[in-house]
Design a protein around this ligand. Structure first.
Ligand code: AMP
Ligand code: MG
Length: 342
């Protein structure tokens, strides 16, 4: 339960709501100020990473990189880290996950800047390009695009932002970061118990399909219910090998030590489907729950499923969830003690 003393704030960033709660006492103005300043610094990272990694912003470092083909381009640590990690996941998933899907995403109607609704048109024809066309030089910290292509870091940037924001909050006994349903839970809740995270039911947004009790780890979910494309495009997760929306799963939830790992591996497993998806997660020592469109569940052996959380709480799930207004719902008598993944 979120104590009256916790500081909590919500902003809009990266096309979604981001909420941060830091646990503490209500009575000490100095502590309150410290918490609020830390939350401010944590959110600043979200803005910085968005400004760097967005393919919707012509001035972003990522967009500038896409205009320089065949030359090594020195990039910031943030961009390098995000691209390097995304390429590693592409290798691990044999190209099912592939951060070079940017032009394909744009062509499928994922082409609107969320704040202005402006349609972007990069004019990049990336026919045949894949992650092998991206060269990384760790010593010089440069990225070379060997042919025209647009990187899309939509499956890793939010996770990276959550992890860096979490570093800003590491000195507090308890904190929670929620970026559009990808969450990181640090330490403990105000009552000293581990945090609880409900996992959204992929076919009923008001219900939870499972829940976990966690501390110092991330819970990220990829679902086919999130964003729709233009025309016949089903949703926003593409099998990069075929160029069409991945259909074997309805949702994948990953519990991992960092949000970048959980975010990217959830997307990768979503494309790979239940069998290969489970193998990918187990190979990397993280836990996951994969749900098929017919609601069959496939979980890793150690997935920390805890139904008692769902039984403990009564009423429709959406009343029990973290209120997106970010005020903890306290004024309306809500007890939003469950964070929700997606
Ligand atoms: P998530 O919501 O975390 O599963 O990430 C989905 C986002 O990842 C999409 O909105 C795209 O930006 C990007 N994406 C979609 N398909 C792929 C893919 N096959 N490989 C890498 N990134 C992808
Ligand atoms: Mg993801």
């Amino acid at each position: 339960m979120n104590a009256p003393g916790s500081s909590i704030r919500t902003i809009t960033v990266m096309g979604t709501f981001a909420t941060i709660e830091v646990v503490g006492e209500a009575s000490d103005p100095k502590q309150i100020a410290e918490r609020e300043e830390a939350i401010e610094r944590a959110f600043e990272w979200f803005h910085r990473i968005e400004a760097c990694c967005s393919r919707f912003e012509p001035a972003s470092e990522l967009s500038q990189l896409a205009r320089q083909i065949g030359v090594p381009v020195p990039v910031s640590e943030i961009l390098y880290e995000a691209v390097q990690f995304a390429i590693a996941v592409a290798e691990e998933s044999d190209g099912a996950f592939d951060p070079t899907v940017g032009a394909g995403m744009e062509a499928r109607g994922f082409n609107r800047e969320y704040r202005t609704s402006r349609v972007i048109h990069t004019g990049i024809a990336a026919r045949g390009a894949n992650y092998r066309d991206v060269r990384l030089d760790p010593k010089r910290r440069t990225i070379t695009l060997l042919r025209p292509l647009m990187l899309d870091l939509g499956a890793v940037a939010k996770g990276l932002a959550i992890d860096i924001a979490a570093r800003e909050l590491a000195s507090f006994a308890g904190f929670a970061i929620d970026a559009g349903g990808d969450v990181f839970l640090g330490g403990c809740r105000p009552d000293g118990a581990p945090w609880t995270v409900g996992i959204r039911h992929p076919r009923d947004g008001r219900e939870l399909i499972d829940a976990v009790r966690v501390s110092n780890c991330a819970v990220c979910t990829s679902g086919d219910y999130e964003r729709r494309g233009a025309g016949g495009v089903r949703h926003h997760i593409i099998d990069a090998r075929s160029g069409t929306s991945a259909t074997m799963l309805a949702s994948v939830t990953v519990v991992a030590p960092t949000a970048m790992i959980a975010d990217a591996l959830a997307t990768a497993a979503f494309v790979l489907g239940p069998d290969e998806g489970i193998r990918l997660l187990e190979r990397h020592g993280v836990e996951g729950l994969l749900v098929t469109p017919t609601l069959q569940r496939h979980a890793t052996r150690g997935f920390p499923s805890d139904y008692s959380i769902l039984q403990d709480t009564k009423g429709p799930a959406d009343d029990r969830l973290r209120d997106p207004a970010g005020d903890g719902g306290a004024d309306r008598g809500l007890q939003p003690d469950i964070w929700c993944s997606r």
